[in-house]
Write a protein that binds this ligand. Structure first.
Ligand SMILES: Cc1cc2nc3c(=O)[nH]c(=O)nc-3n(C[C@H](O)[C@H](O)[C@H](O)COP(=O)(O)OP(=O)(O)OC[C@H]3O[C@@H](n4cnc5c(N)ncnc54)[C@H](O)[C@@H]3O)c2cc1C
Length: 204
């Protein structure tokens, strides 16, 4: 029987808050990609929603550009590693806990968010809102294949091979490129996966 190779390049989707005003201000103050958009908020006031290591590293990157950075987290304490939490303190990032973003408001761009803290609604004036509440788990297609996963990403080695022979993966869906999910890394992984798949097909 002829050999087949499959390259999975399904990407991932960032989880959304699903609150009023979110869709309206995407690209107009609301972003899901700190690496891409942080420099656009030089000397501005921004907030990151989330409490994980991703939220903390995002806030630290933003602190290099913005004049004020908040983290808004729904629980009592953020769950990022202590070393990151210490750095957040050093950089003056303000952590607002027990709070949920209820609404995004503005005119042509985002101007403020309404947050609920212990049953009370407060207004926070910000220019940018970065949503770092995780990725929507990989599609059912990937899960049904029984591939080895790591935090919902397809585990790959440096040749973009997955845990199943003949199946390769590239781009945002993988654990590759040290977790940097950008166009340049997706393209590079795609090229490596293609070469690996070609070698696999030619092998005996
Ligand atoms: C808002 C935003 C802004 C960004 N800005 C930048 C930027 O400025 N610079 C930068 O370098 N990176 C940026 N990124 C990151 C960049 O978009 C990704 O790293 C890159 O697109 C990943 O490529 P990919 O091929 O892995 O996935 P994707 O580009 O997500 O492509 C995956 C494709 O697979 C399709 N698909 C999914 N499931 C199935 C299925 N079951 N069957 C068939 N098709 C399926 C999807 O519809 C999609 O077309 C940004 C990301 C976001 C969310």
């Amino acid at each position: 029987m002829a050999k087949i190779a499959i390259i999975l390049a399904l990407g991932t989707e960032k989880a959304k808050l699903n609150v009023e005003g979110e869709d309206k201000f995407i690209g107009k103050g609301i972003s899901y990609c700190v690496t891409c958009d942080a420099p656009l908020f030089k000397d501005k006031i921004v907030a990151v929603v989330g409490g994980s290591n991703s939220a903390a590293t995002s806030a630290l990157l933003l602190a290099e550009h913005a004049k004020k950075v908040y983290i808004i987290y729904r629980k009592e304490e953020i769950r990022a590693e202590k070393v990151l939490v210490d750095r957040l303190k050093e950089k003056g990032v303000e952590i607002i806990t027990n709070s949920i973003v209820k609404k995004a408001e503005g005119d042509s761009v985002l101007r403020r968010i309404i947050i609920e803290q212990k049953g009370k609604e407060n207004v926070l004036r910000i220019d940018g809102l970065f949503i770092e509440i995780g990725y929507i788990p990989s599609s059912s297609l990937v899960q049904n294949l029984g591939l080895k996963m790591e935090n919902n990403f397809v585990k790959v080695n440096e040749r973009m091979e997955t845990s199943i022979q003949g199946i390769f993966a590239a781009g945002d869906i993988t654990t590759g490129s040290a977790g940097l999910r950008q166009i340049v890394t997706a393209c590079a992984e795609g090229a490596i996966a293609a070469i690996s798949a070609s070698k696999y097909l030619k092998s005996k």
